[in-house]
Ligand binder design. Structure first.
Ligand code: FRU
Length: 497
């Protein structure tokens, strides 16, 4: 094994010992030690879920990308495995960037990733190509014929320095397809499709779909899969401009929903939407579970705030979202937390038809790791309320808010009172339709994050919240008269072992 990987493995096992369990979330994956960004190689292999990630074991900032590795039986209890890859060959010495995984016909595990190299010294030119490593779920070997898709084979119109994040899938006939993000000379993203008989030798099929200029510039981390009779493309566009309440500035995530034209081999988009409407969500990727579920996980972070929020005492930086089951309903992408989460529920507390105005607390409703279901409706015989809010991670000094204004149909997440001393983004709003003032909120809290699933997963709002762990309060606020049903469960039993 190469020295760089051996060194990283020795380092991470020692460094991880200095991170107490109590410093981590209970059931969200964090890096073994150091820095984590995109989820990579999310797959079901040999009876376990595998989740790799963009990884710098040595510091809590982005640098020298490795692949970290963890496995799980239920997508919630993760066991760390030794780092899978280090930047240790001529074609990936500047970084083992994002990629994906599939099972080969002989039962081995295929990793398809982007290798980055630099020519001409520090200020030279960067080249990105697609590479393969094959393994058994623990040890991986980069193949002799790497790079398997060299940037030199790119048609002239595309940028050889921006050619990355291959997503591989196995077709029903046993052959493989993959999609890779790149951009044209004008900076606009395009997704290229390739095919292969064995996962190693790839040929160019054509452009799957591309950016007409409306959705940011470069498209990172593509995914492409069938779902409920539709074809779905997921992209993480850079440099987005806001569009009403749908898209926000900066790095965004977009689901394109449409159909695949077998003849032209092009994706035909029909609709697009934000994947998540919160603050911290990027680079989502999916797997197909053995029971047919399409499950998505994303990096629970936002690139523009990484430098600022890394100023904690912590020895880890970056978390994954909770894995989410996807479906298409009424032409939209719906998300629900994986059903395995229900096995972590305990201490049920239930209230129905609680009518109130102003502020209430409900006995037994509090905690840092909870699954909270709330249905809000106008109190009978009362006019439509102006605002409803749930406050959580609360004590005398701090709270984070999810609030809803039914007259405008606007939902807002606000973490400005979460203990942050920095001027980064603390709020985001989105449009959430209601039926006569009724909305449903399922809020998953896990120590340092909040994920809200609205109206049974029609929309989601995700944010990291680093408030001191002693802030465990939850309260409800109404401007007007509302009636709420609340069910709370503690979520315990999850851990990063
Ligand atoms: C997205 C991304 C990918 C790249 C990786 C590098 O967050 O920029 O495009 O492969 O991160 O760490």
């Amino acid at each position: 094994m190469n020295q760089k990987l051996l060194f990283a493995r020795a380092y991470e096992t020692e460094a991880a010992k200095r991170i107490p369990e109590t410093d981590r979330p209970l059931f969200h994956l964090t890096p073994y030690t150091g820095w984590m960004n995109d989820p990579n190689g999310f797959s079901f292999y040999n009876g376990k879920y595998h989740l790799f990630y963009q990884y710098n074991p040595y510091d809590t900032v982005w640098d020298a990308m490795h692949w970290g590795h963890a496995e799980s039986s239920d997508l919630l209890h993760w066991t760390y495995l030794p780092a899978a890859m280090a930047p240790d060959t001529w074609y990936d010495e500047a970084g083992v960037y994002s990629g994906s995984a599939e099972t080969l016909s002989d039962g081995r595990h295929l990793l398809l990733y982007t290798g980055v190299r630099k020519e001409g010294g520090e200020s030279g030119t960067e080249y990105q190509s697609q590479c393969v490593a094959i393994g058994d779920g623990r040890e991986y070997h980069k193949v002799m014929i790497n790079p398997v898709i060299s940037e030199s084979t790119l048609p002239d119109a595309f940028d050889r320095s921006n050619f990355r994040d291959p997503k591989v899938w196995r077709k029903p006939d046993g052959t493989y397809g993959c999609v890779v993000g790149t951009r044209r000379e004008n900076g606009l993203g395009a997704l290229l499709q390739y095919e292969s008989k064995d996962g190693l030798h790839w040929s160019f099929v054509g452009v799957l779909t591309e950016n007409d200029g409306r959705l940011g510039l470069m498209w990172e981390c593509p995914d492409f899969f069938p779902l409920d009779g539709k074809a779905v493309v997921l992209i993480s566009p850079q440099d987005m401009l806001p569009e009403g309440f749908e898209y926000h500035n900066g790095n965004g995530t977009v689901a394109l929903i449409g159909r695949y034209d077998e003849e032209t081999k092009r994706f035909v988009p029909e609709q697009d939407q934000a994947i998540d409407y919160g603050i911290d969500f990027y680079a989502p990727t999916t797997l197909l579970a053995p029971d047919g579920r399409r499950i998505m996980v994303a990096w629970m972070q936002n690139w523009d705030t990484t430098k600022l929020s890394a100023q904690t005492e912590s020895r880890w930086f970056g978390q994954m979202t909770i894995p989410r089951e996807l479906s298409i309903q009424n032409g939209r992408l719906y998300q629900r937390p994986v059903r395995e989460l229900e096995q972590l529920r305990s201490n049920e507390v239930r209230y129905t038809g609680v009518r109130f105005t102003d502020v209430i607390r409900l006995d037994g409703v509090e905690g840092r790791a909870v699954d909270l279901e709330i249905t809000v409706r106008p109190a009978s015989d009362a006019p439509l309320y102006h605002k409803f809010a749930v406050r959580f991670f609360q004590n005398e000094q701090f709270h984070t808010n999810l609030s809803y204004r039914p007259h405008e149909s606007v939902l807002k997440i606000d973490r400005k009172f979460s203990g942050s001393r920095r001027a980064y983004i603390h709020q985001r709003r989105c449009l959430v339709p209601n039926r006569n003032g009724e909305i449903k909120i399922r809020l998953i809290l896990d120590r340092f994050s909040a994920e809200a699933f609205l109206n049974d997963g029609e929309q989601t709002v995700t944010a990291t919240v680093l408030t001191d762990l002693s802030a465990t309060g939850i309260s409800f606020f109404a401007d007007g008269a509302v009636e709420i049903d609340v069910t709370k469960y503690d979520l315990i039993g999850g851990s990063n072992t």
